[in-house]
Write a protein that binds this ligand. Structure first.
Ligand code: FES
Ligand SMILES: [Fe+2]
Length: 404
């Protein structure tokens, strides 16, 4: 984020802290709990938002060198992502062109060749078929036409994007929008190195997981013994563009930073930027690196999801050597692990509790407050894209007890 924008955001936070105000969505939103439980809607969203949408599957640091690879089955088809000998990012359908077995079964690693375990057809990092045992017995096959099926893939601003449909279009300009496309390079994500990876399977819909990142109203309550020690609750900045939005959360360090000359202000000390990349990505640049959270629906059950939470350390910190640097690296890794555990043990625990209520049909709807604009935007965007009406804006809630 450019420094003038950092200063503008910090001034807004200070103004709100001093005035005891927060962002204001200008209205309430009543949200049907069906959006978290409906099996048919869940099928449609998996198809539209996952099988037919470009996704960020990680950061450049997940493929650190030629031959690095990782596999993914989060988007409904098996994907093999590689870095070629020339350092290019590629993605393929991870299915052998002989009879369709998974070619690579490991989650990640480094290889020059991928050998299918069934009959040992062999592919290189470009997906080319470079080995076909007993080819003279197999028949007349042009290896050119039996390379791994390529998927549209692009590395931009240190993020790895893949479209899970071989005929799909990445459309990254549209996906990121001008704002993120302009602001992301300022964070140098490309130089960051993965330190910590966690996967949490939780009994809540993926949107309940996303919702927990959408406000700081809960900090003084749910995180009273953890995040609230280092963050002011119920104060934030919020802006949106198209399907995406950005929040700035407010760290308590702002109380000291406000007395320094503006030229020394740093948004990663005084705040925490939270980028929300529709539909399922939360990207949070920290002082020492960045968190990338990816939430994926369960393939059948709307009441379950998987979150993948990665912490990436700034290259200059991760690569520093010596006992002092090692101590700093250990400390950062411990903080990063602790943060991921707060998401699991506090935020996602609420997600599971909300899901249980929604599954039981005990509530027809829930309410998003004026101080939760990110949740309004996220669910309104979701509804518009999927063509459903699962929520409505209201000025006030009045009427019969127990009904809205
Ligand atoms: S299915 Fe892969 S080599 Fe036969
Ligand atoms: Fe939280």
């Amino acid at each position: 984020m450019r420094h003038d924008e950092q200063v503008r955001q910090m001034k807004l936070l200070i103004e709100r802290l001093d005035a005891g105000t927060n962002v204001d969505a200008g209205e309430l939103r009543v949200q049907s709990t069906r959006t978290y439980t409906d099996t048919e809607q869940a099928r449609r969203e998996r198809d539209l938002f996952f099988a037919k949408t470009t996704h960020c599957l990680g950061m450049s640091g997940d493929l650190p060198e030629p031959g690095s690879f990782f596999t993914s089955d989060d988007l409904g088809l098996p994907i093999l992502a590689t870095r070629t000998a020339e350092g290019e990012f590629r993605a393929f359908v991870n299915s052998c062109r002989h009879r369709g077995a998974l070619v690579e079964t490991e989650a990640r690693g480094t290889k020059r060749r991928f050998v299918c375990p069934f009959h040992s057809w062999t592919y290189d990092t470009e997906g080319a078929l470079v080995g076909l045992p007993k080819s003279e017995h197999f028949g007349d096959v042009d290896p050119e036409c039996l390379g791994l099926r390529p998927l549209p893939a692009e590395e931009r601003h240190g993020l790895l994007f893949v479209h899970p449909d071989p005929d799909g279009e990445l459309g990254l300009d549209e996906l990121l929008g001008e704002w993120f496309d302009d602001e992301f390079p300022t964070w140098n994500f490309a130089t960051m190195i993965p330190i910590n990876r966690d996967t949490y399977d939780t009994a809540c819909n993926w949107k309940f997981a996303m919702d927990t990142f959408g406000e700081t109203y809960h900090f003084s309550s749910l995180h009273s013994d953890t995040l609230f020690n280092s963050f002011h609750g119920n104060v934030q900045c919020y802006d949106d563009e198209g399907r995406n939005h950005r929040m700035i959360l407010c760290r308590r360090e702002i109380d000291e930073m406000r007395h320094l000359p503006e030229s020394e202000w740093d948004i990663t000390v005084a705040g925490l930027p939270v980028y929300w990349l529709f539909p399922n990505i939360i990207l949070m640049p920290f002082r020492a690196g960045a968190f990338l959270v990816r939430a994926y629906p369960h393939p059948e059950d709307p009441g379950r999801h998987t979150s993948r939470i990665g912490f990436y350390m700034k290259g200059e910190l991760a690569q520093a050597s010596g006992p002092e640097a090692a101590e700093v690296q250990d400390m950062i890794a411990t903080i990063a692990q602790g943060f991921a555990e707060i998401i699991r043990d506090e935020d996602y625990a609420m997600g599971a509790s909300q899901q249980a209520a929604a599954n039981a049909g005990s509530l027809e709807s829930v309410v998003f407050g004026r101080n939760e604009p990110a949740l309004h935007h996220y669910h309104a965007t979701y509804d518009a894209e999927l063509g459903v009406e699962s929520g409505r804006a209201v000025d006030a809630l009045t009427g019969e007890p127990g009904r809205v």
